[in-house]
Design a protein around this ligand. Structure first.
Ligand code: ADP
Length: 487
C-alpha cells in the first residue's frame, strides 16, 4: 500500500523549494532552486515574480514526479514581500518588493512623526517600518505609471508571495491569503481579524486590491498543474509555519530558528497583547476562526556572524568547523563579540550600532573569537527571552530550536546553559516546510487536529542546562558589559 504524502511549497528569500513529506514528517523528495535578488538602488531589494513562479512550478513538478498519493498542498513563504498584478492577464505590474527593501523609510518616518504609530501598533501588533507591505504597495501605486488609476478601477490585485502563488496555481481563479500573511501588511486588524478601513486610508491603499483572508487551514483552491486535481489546503508565513512544524500549540511554548538571522516566536494564547518591549505581536495561526497570537522577536545576526568568521576573517573554511575551533579553548577568556553588523535588534533597538569585540588580551586567539561568536547566539537569545517573557507573561519550560546553526552542538549546549532550561532539536529538521505540510494535512483529514501534529513531534536531541549559576552570571555579566560599551 502506498502511504499518504503531503507536498509543501517553501518559497523563501533565497530559494524556492518543494518537499514531499510522509505523514510522519519524513522527507521523501526535496527539490530546490536558488532565487536571485536584485539591488537596483541602495537600500532597494527586488525579485522577479515570474522567477518566483517559474522556479516554484519547476521544483514542484520535479518533486511530484515520483510521488504517489499526495493528499494536499501546503504553502509557506517569505513574508511581507509585495506583488501587484493585473487581474485580467495575471502580469505583474512591477517587480516583487522584498521585505528587506528600505525605499519607503521616509514615508514611514513621516507617518511616525504624525503620531500614527500607536494606533498602528494597537491594531496590527507591528511598527511603522518599511519591512511591512503597506508602504511597498503605496510605492508601486505612486511610482508605476497608471498603476493607481488601474487599481482604482479594480483592475489590479495585491498579494504577498503565498497569495500570488495561489493565484497562479489556480489559473487566476482564487485571490486569497491566510491570517498570518495578511497580518504582515499593516493593513489587517489582527484583533478584529479584518482589513482595516482606517489603515487603508492611512497608507492610501484601495480596498479593491486586497485578497480574501482565510484561516491557515482551508480549501484555498484547486490546482491541476501537477496531474490530478490537488487542493491547496494550508498556508502560513514562514515563521508561523515553523512554529506549527514545531507543534508550539500551547500558551508559553517557544520556537527559535537560527538561520542567517534568528526569529523566536512565543505562543501567548488567544488574547492579543501589545508588546511593551518593542517586539511584535502577530497571529501564530488561525484555526476554525479562532486566532492564537504570538510575540515575535528577531536577532538580526545569528548565522551571518559565523559566515563572517569564514568569509570576513578567514578563520574557517566551513561554518561547521566553528565548533571544533571554539571548543579547542577552555573558555572565552573574557572575549565577547556583539554581532551588530546591521544594528542591534530587540530589546536594544539601535539600528545605527555596529559590531564590537571586547576583552581582548595578548593571549587571545582566533579560537576565542570563534567561541565568542557562538556564545553570542545564546546571550542574544537570553536578552530576547527576557523581553518575551515580560510581554507574554509566561516563562517557557523549554526552547524548541531549529535552523542551520543548531547543527552545532556547542551552540545548543551553551544555549541551554544560558537560558537555564532544556533546548530541544526536532527530528524533522525542515520545520518550516513541515509546518506547511501539517496545515495541508489538517485540511485533508490526514491529521484530526493540532494534537495529532503534536504527537508526531519528537526530539532528535535534547540539551539540559548544566552550568553553575555563578559561572552563568559571570558570563552573562560580561556580555552585558560588552553591550553597554557598544551603546
Ligand atoms: P537560512 O535559512 O537563513 O539561509 P539556514 O537555516 O540554512 O539559514 O542556516 C544557515 C546558517 O547557519 C549559515 O549562516 C551558516 O553559517 C550557519 N551554520 C550552518 N551550519 C553550522 C554549524 N555547524 N555551526 C555553526 N554555524 C552553522
Amino acid at each position: 500500500m502506498t502511504q499518504t504524502t503531503l507536498l509543501a511549497i517553501d518559497q523563501g528569500t533565497t530559494s524556492s523549494r518543494a518537499i514531499v513529506f510522509s505523514d510522519g514528517g519524513k522527507i521523501l523528495e526535496l527539490q530546490q532552486k536558488e532565487l536571485k535578488l536584485h539591488y537596483p538602488h541602495k537600500g532597494w531589494v527586488e525579485q522577479n515574480p515570474e522567477d518566483i513562479w517559474n522556479d516554484t512550478l519547476q521544483v514542484c513538478r520535479s518533486a511530484v514526479k515520483n510521488s504517489a498519493k499526495i493528499a494536499a498542498i501546503g504553502i509557506t513563504n517569505q513574508r511581507e514581500t509585495t506583488i501587484l498584478w493585473d487581474r485580467e492577464t495575471g502580469a505583474p505590474v512591477y517587480n516583487a518588493i522584498v521585505w528587506q527593501d528600505r525605499r519607503t523609510a521616509d514615508l514611514c518616518a513621516r507617518l511616525k512623526e504624525q503620531g500614527d504609530e500607536s494606533a498602528v501598533r494597537a491594531k496590527t501588533g507591528l511598527l511603522l517600518d518599511p519591512y511591512f507591505s503597506a508602504t511597498k504597495i503605496a510605492w508601486i501605486l505612486d511610482n508605476v505609471k497608471g498603476a493607481r488609476a488601474r487599481a482604482e478601477r479594480g483592475e489590479l490585485a495585491f498579494g504577498t508571495v503565498d497569495s500570488f502563488l495561489l493565484w497562479r496555481l489556480t489559473g487566476g481563479k482564487v485571490h486569497a491569503t491566510d491570517a498570518t500573511n495578511a497580518a504582515r501588511t499593516v493593513l489587517f486588524n489582527i484583533v478584529e481579524q479584518k482589513w482595516d478601513g482606517d489603515l487603508l486610508r492611512l497608507f492610501d491603499v484601495p480596498r479593491s486590491l486586497l485578497p480574501e483572508v482565510k484561516d491557515n487551514v482551508a480549501a484555498f483552491g484547486v490546482t491541476e498543474l501537477f496531474g490530478p486535481k490537488l487542493t491547496v489546503g494550508g498556508m502560513a508565513g514562514d515563521q508561523q509555519a515553523a512554529l506549527i512544524g514545531q507543534a508550539c500549540f500551547e500558551r508559553g511554548m517557544v520556537k527559535s530558528t537560527y538561520g542567517t538571522g534568528c526569529f523566536a516566536l512565543m505562543n501567548i494564547g488567544e488574547t492579543f497583547r501589545e508588546s511593551q518591549n518593542k517586539l511584535l505581536t502577530t497571529p501564530a495561526y488561525r484555526f476554525d476562526g479562532q486566532t492564537a497570537y504570538a510575540i515575535e522577536g528577531a536577532i538580526f545576526s545569528a548565522g551571518s556572524a559565523v559566515q563572517w568568521l569564514r568569509d570576513g576573517l578567514g578563520l574557517l573554511e566551513q561554518a561547521a568547523q566553528s565548533e571544533a575551533l571554539a571548543t579547542s579553548v577552555e573558555d572565552n577568556n573574557g572575549v565577547y563579540f556583539v554581532p551588530a553588523f546591521t544594528g542591534l535588534g530587540a530589546p536594544y533597538w539601535r539600528p545605527e550600532a555596529r559590531g564590537l569585540i571586547a576583552g581582548f588580551s595578548r593571549e587571545s586567539t582566533g579560537a576565542h573569537i570563534a567561541r565568542a561568536v557562538l556564545e553570542a547566539q545564546a546571550y542574544q537569545t537570553l536578552d530576547l527571552m527576557a523581553a518575551m517573557e515580560g510581554d507574554g507573561g509566561h516563562r517557557p519550560a523549554v526552547i524548541r530550536a531549529d535552523g542551520g546553526l543548531t547543527a552545532n552542538e556547542f551552540v545548543c549546549r551553551f544555549l541551554a546553559d544560558m537560558v537555564e532550561r532544556p533546548v530541544e532539536i526536532p527530528h524533522v529538521t525542515e520545520t518550516t516546510a513541515w509546518g506547511a505540510a501539517c496545515l495541508a494535512g489538517l485540511q485533508a483529514g490526514v491529521f484530526d487536529g493540532p494534537e495529532d501534529i503534536a504527537r508526531t513531534w519528537e526530539a532528535a536531541r535534547r540539551y539540559q542546562p548544566s552550568m553553575t549559576p555563578e559561572k552563568r552570571q559571570e558570563l552573562y555579566g560580561g556580555w552585558k558589559n560588552a553591550v553597554q560599551m557598544l551603546l
